[in-house]
Design a protein around this ligand. Structure first.
Ligand SMILES: Cc1cc2nc3c(=O)[nH]c(=O)nc-3n(C[C@H](O)[C@H](O)[C@H](O)COP(=O)(O)OP(=O)(O)OC[C@H]3O[C@@H](n4cnc5c(N)ncnc54)[C@H](O)[C@@H]3O)c2cc1C
Length: 433
């Protein structure tokens, strides 16, 4: 029997250190982020990143030969639960999305030259990157419909298209772009990935799209979601990542473990909101007692605890499955946690905000910001509907429609079969009686 829910003491020490570090050094950044620019943010990060490196926790998502720790998904999941408590934490640990996913795919599919030019500086924190797939004109939930084209030109390509929500695109040094290279191929072989320097002629950074998370105009800061026009960008053959047509294959490698990290980060956010909910319930006097005395609030606390526990166990189990059997074996588990985790995040933050009333709705508490953040979880990383559809399809493969459309559990038919099965015994009983 190998089931085990314990954490190795040495690793628990790391987690304990991370909890203290993130709370003391990172959470304060949130309160001044609107007053500082990217250069000041980078200055704040520099000594923090050094401390993380000294502790041996830098870029932990990567294998040891690339300077990571080779921790595997369960440990990374536990780390991400702590990093999720603040949007500023992952960058201090060298595992900021999309840099983390991009470093994984360049490590996987990059040539030695691409690794030298892009991967190692990215890992050292000298470069920033972005992942440019979603387009305003086509559904991000079905990237086989992408319109951005990379047309062969001599031994290179010419890239033309329109993207948005390229996170960190306005501070990136290079962009990993998904573009169609052969529109006549099978849907999942149509697109390829390219590494595009942001200063290449024809890369037009239009804006950071104001959104629920950052409703005001906001440009050139970590966490911006950038609109980009690729206007006849000339790329050499060295820009292609992997083989032509490998775009979806490479993206898949990035997505499955990435979802474990996201779900654990969402649990970190949910836990933070849950702590605020519990604290509030202990002191807020309402008619007839404190909030903690009201059954509705007790239900919120109990239901939130149960949902978070369920999501946590599901996510860590999916992580264990990836570590034990590989990403493909865990695809359905990862789809399950994607939509379940997104709902848990939303529900817990919503209850905590409700318990704080006007204070929760105000910017004097982080809850309104967490609420806006939580909303995107339900459609990014594959819309919840798409994951549910995929889960249902996979589950239904194990079932068959009954002959004559009579349900397998139809009681009259089963009763008839039972009478036949036990006929001799029933006769005996009748005679004995
Ligand atoms: C904060 C944030 C960061 C992001 N970062 C990046 C990034 O770095 N790089 C990048 O390329 N993209 C990024 N995105 C974009 C994101 O991946 C897309 O928004 C997402 O894939 C959904 O695509 P869409 O917005 O085009 O919605 P659509 O694909 O148009 O879907 C809209 C809605 O249609 C419904 N729907 C879709 N398919 C189905 C179906 N099969 N069955 C039933 N209903 C369905 C769902 O309700 C869905 O929400 C980011 C988005 C956000 C909000």
């Amino acid at each position: 029997m190998a089931w085990d829910f314990s954490t190795e003491p040495e690793f628990e020490e790391h987690l304990e250190w991370m909890r203290g570090f993130v709370r003391a050094e990172i959470w304060p950044i949130e309160t001044i982020d609107s007053e500082i620019g990217q250069a000041e943010l980078d200055r704040i990060y520099a000594p923090l990143q050094e401390r993380v490196k000294e502790r041996g926790l830098w870029a932990a998502h990567l294998p040891p030969e690339l300077g990571g720790q080779g921790f595997g998904q369960v440990k990374l999941g536990l780390m991400n639960e702590i990093l999720g408590t603040s949007i500023y934490a992952p960058n201090a640990f060298g595992c900021q999305a999309p840099d983390s996913g991009n470093s994984e795919i360049i490590a996987l599919a990059g040539t030695p030259e691409q690794k030298e030019r892009w991967l190692y500086p990215l890992l050292a924190g000298e470069l920033k990157s972005a992942f440019s797939m979603t387009e305003p004109e086509t559904p991000g939930s079905d990237p086989t419909q992408l319109r951005t084209r990379a047309v062969r030109d001599g031994d290179g390509y010419v890239l033309t298209g329109h993207k948005w929500y390229t996170s960190n695109g306005s501070i990136a040094d290079f962009l990993v772009v998904m573009a169609v290279t052969d529109a006549d191929e099978k849907p999942h072989r149509r697109a390829s990935m390219f590494i595009v320097p942001v200063d290449a002629p024809g890369v037009n950074i239009v804006r950071d799209v104001p959104n629920m998370e950052h409703p005001g105009q906001h440009f050139g800061m970590l966490g911006g979601h950038t609109e980009i026009l690729y206007e006849g960008v000339r790329l050499g053959p060295d820009a292609l990542l992997g083989e032509e047509g490998d775009g979806f294959l490479i993206a898949q490698h990035r997505l499955v473990p990435g979802r474990i990290h996201h779900c654990m980060r969402w649990l970190g956010v949910a836990r933070r909101a849950f702590d605020m909910l519990c604290e509030r319930s202990l002191y807020r006097p309402v008619r007839g007692g404190l909030l903690r005395d009201k059954q509705t609030v007790q239900n919120w606390i109990a239901d939130s605890a149960a949902q978070m526990q369920a999501a946590r166990l599901m996510t860590l189990h999916a992580a264990w499955k990836i570590d034990t059997y590989g990403s493909s074996a865990a695809r359905m588990d990862v789809s399950l946690i994607k939509f379940f985790g997104a709902q848990v995040l939303h529900d817990v933050v919503d209850r905590a905000l409700q318990a704080h009333g006007g204070l929760g709705y105000s910017t004097d508490m982080p809850l309104e910001q967490l609420y806006r953040y939580a909303r995107h979880a339900r459609f990014v990383d594959g819309a919840d509907e798409v994951h549910r559809e995929s889960v249902a399809r996979q589950i239904l493969k194990a079932y068959e429609a009954p002959e004559d459309e009579i349900p397998t559990e139809y009681v009259p038919a089963r009763r008839e079969a039972a009478r036949l099965k036990f006929a001799s015994l029933l006769d005996t009983v009748a005679v004995d009686g």
